[in-house]
Design a protein around this ligand. Structure first.
Ligand code: PGA
Length: 249
């Protein structure tokens, strides 16, 4: 049985004191959860979040990293830097980074390889635009993104990669893919992974859904056969709401 993994993506929100308040409020609400609970916070909140989650079951992730170890990359943060302070997870290739900061399938692949080499657990995002959905190329788009992201990874690395299927048209819009649609696309991704890496890998890889997940739709989505939890943006900013999503049953 695959575990449900619920990850919050705070994006560019919360100052350190707000992060600490959030963790203090969330920790007792999710302490008995069987599901994996992750908060992916801005770089400036990482250290405080790690400190304040120490005696909790909440894991901490970053929202991006560079694929090089160090050098003349003004404004960037390396995987080594994340690892050095104890960060466990990192989001890679979020559609906002692909759209606004020139992230490509190639850089996503380099970052995934680097994350695995360092023992960081990557959450890699794939998903089609509204246009691609309407012209019928959604499945082809997510297949290509997934294949290129995972290219050259070892089987055990693919197995340890969390994939977040996030249709771009559903992010921050209040529009959620229907549970059937989301499940069908995730199942499709799983089948493609099986074709390349085998059933043992495809059956154990975690594939989340993301895009306007909230407490009112979490149960419906997460109970589907192939949806292994969610990557939650807006609704992860409120501890009470995020706890309801984590404890969706
Ligand atoms: P949303 O964002 O839940 O606000 O739609 C999801 C994401 O971008 O990861």
């Amino acid at each position: 049985m695959r575990k449900k993994v619920i990850a919050g993506n705070w994006k560019m929100n919360k100052l350190p004191n707000e992060a600490i308040d959030f963790i203090t409020e969330l920790a007792p609400l999710v302490k008995d959860s069987k599901n994996e609970v992750i908060i992916c916070v801005p770089y400036t909140d990482l250290f405080y979040s790690l400190l304040h989650t120490q005696d909790t079951n909440i894991k901490v992730g970053a929202q991006n990293m560079h694929f090089e170890e160090k050098g003349a990359y003004t404004g960037e943060v390396s995987g080594e830097m994340l690892k050095s302070i104890g960060v466990e997870y990192v989001i890679i290739g979020h559609s906002e980074r692909r759209a606004y900061y020139g992230e490509t399938d190639e850089t996503v692949n380099k970052k995934l390889k680097k994350a695995h080499a360092l023992g960081l657990k990557p959450i890699v995002c794939v998903g089609e635009s509204l246009e691609q959905r309407e012209d019928g190329s959604a499945k082809e788009v997510v297949t290509t993104q997934t294949k290129l992201a995972l290219e050259g990874l070892k089987k055990d690395e693919v197995e340890k990669t969390i994939i977040a299927y996030e249709p771009i048209w559903a992010i921050g819009t209040g529009k959620t893919a229907t549970k059937e649609d989301a499940n069908e696309t995730i199942k499709w991704i799983r089948e493609k992974i099986e074709e390349i890496y085998g059933k043992d890998v495809s059956e154990s890889v975690i594939i989340q859904y993301g895009g306007s997940v909230k407490s009112s739709n979490a149960k419906d989505l997460f109970e589907m056969s192939d949806i292994d939890g969610g990557l939650v943006g807006g609704a992860s900013l409120d501890a009470q709401e995020f706890a309801k999503i984590v404890n969706y049953k």
